[in-house]
Design a protein around this ligand. Structure first.
Ligand SMILES: [Zn+2]
Length: 346
């Protein structure tokens, strides 16, 4: 079968690999119905050290169960499932506390940009979607369900950890698919004002449709000054950082209001950062965020997609078959595509 591997910065290849098989009795094999390329895939696309083994790509997927191991209790061949980008047993101490991304039996999904994948901890990892036939459902519905694997619920996690609530001013840094999902989530949670910091018109227009009341295209000190001015000199109660690079973090502590919260979901491309008097401490600011425990939020999100309350799949603006995956990476990297869906059946 075909799968996507990255062998170094900018080097994405779709190659032929052996079909996945059950290894542990808690495994399942999933035929991928749709996968996609994540904004966070662009980080290794820029910086991955070259290797001969390569990195198996694709951590977002919806699919159909093809086979289950002897200990899998809740899934059967033919079930249509969403697979969160982090896999988990959904029973350990950290899972019970809602931090599924720290599951002691967990791991990261790979293979979503391919024809099939091996799923560990299948009972805890795959989430069944009742009443949808993936072979006849339209791409809009499949796309929205696919965003529950990562992007929309990562935006939701940002807003949840940021304690977004009615009356709050929320600033979202980044107009990528996660940033836009954070806008949508902040709106759902009742934010009064949502300032979207981004400079790509097509994206910020979708952000406005989803609830952004203001768009700030400027970055750095200029962008900070604009947000401070928009908030009457006070700053933003909540800042949702959906980029991951240092300038975005610097923007975040520049615009957060005294006593406010910075919630980061952009994968940080740094370990050391300012936390002292001039950044967080002086403002009594809270810094939170991390990889989204999608499993904690997905059960509540599925009905909202099925009943049409939200349509987070609108972040997809390009679809490729497996052979088009390398071009999909290039299009996202060049900002020609917001988010690329991968349809292995094409
Ligand atoms: Zn666990």
């Amino acid at each position: 079968m075909k799968a996507t591997f990255m062998y170094g910065a900018g080097d994405v290849r779709v190659i032929e690999v052996p079909d996945p098989r059950i290894v542990e009795p808690t495994d399942a094999i999933v035929r991928v119905v749709r996968g996609c390329i994540c904004g966070s895939d662009l980080h290794p696309f820029h910086s991955l050290r070259a290797s001969e083994t390569g990195q198996h790509m694709g951590h977002e997927a919806i699919g159909v169960i093809e086979d289950v191991g002897a200990d899998v209790r809740t899934l059967a061949k033919g079930d249509f499932v969403i697979i969160p980008f982090h896999l988990q047993d959904n029973t350990c101490a950290f899972c019970r506390e809602g931090v599924h991304t720290s599951c002691i039996h967990g791991g990261w999904l790979a293979g979503g940009q391919g024809e099939a994948l091996r799923l560990i901890q299948a009972d805890g990892s795959a989430v069944k979607v009742p009443g949808v036939n993936p072979d006849t459902a339209d791409d809009a519905l499949l796309g929205s369900l696919l965003t529950l694997s990562d992007v929309y619920l990562t935006g939701w996690h940002a807003a949840f950890m940021g304690r977004v609530a009615p009356g709050k001013t929320v600033t979202v840094i980044g107009d990528g698919a996660v940033g836009l999902s954070a806008v949508l989530s902040a709106k759902e949670m009742g934010a009064e004002r949502i300032i979207l910091m981004g400079r790509h018109r097509v994206r910020t227009d979708l952000g406005r449709e989803w609830g952004a009341t203001h768009v700030v295209a400027a970055r750095g000190a200029e962008g900070v000054a604009e947000v401070i001015e928009l908030t009457g000199g006070e700053g933003s109660h909540v800042v949702l950082e959906a980029v991951g690079h240092m300038p975005a973090y610097e923007q975040a502590y520049g615009i957060v209001r005294p006593g406010g919260v910075i919630s980061r979901v952009g994968v940080p491309q740094y370990e050391a950062a300012s936390v002292g008097f001039g950044s967080l401490f002086g403002k009594n600011a809270t810094l939170t965020g991390g990889p989204a425990p999608v499993r904690a939020y997905i059960d509540a999100a599925i009905p909202k997609v099925l009943n049409g309350e939200i349509d987070p799949g609108r972040v997809f603006d390009m679809t490729v078959g497996l052979d088009g995956v390398p071009a999909g990476y290039a299009a996202m990297d060049a900002r020609e595509a917001l988010k690329v869906m991968v349809d292995p059946t094409r």
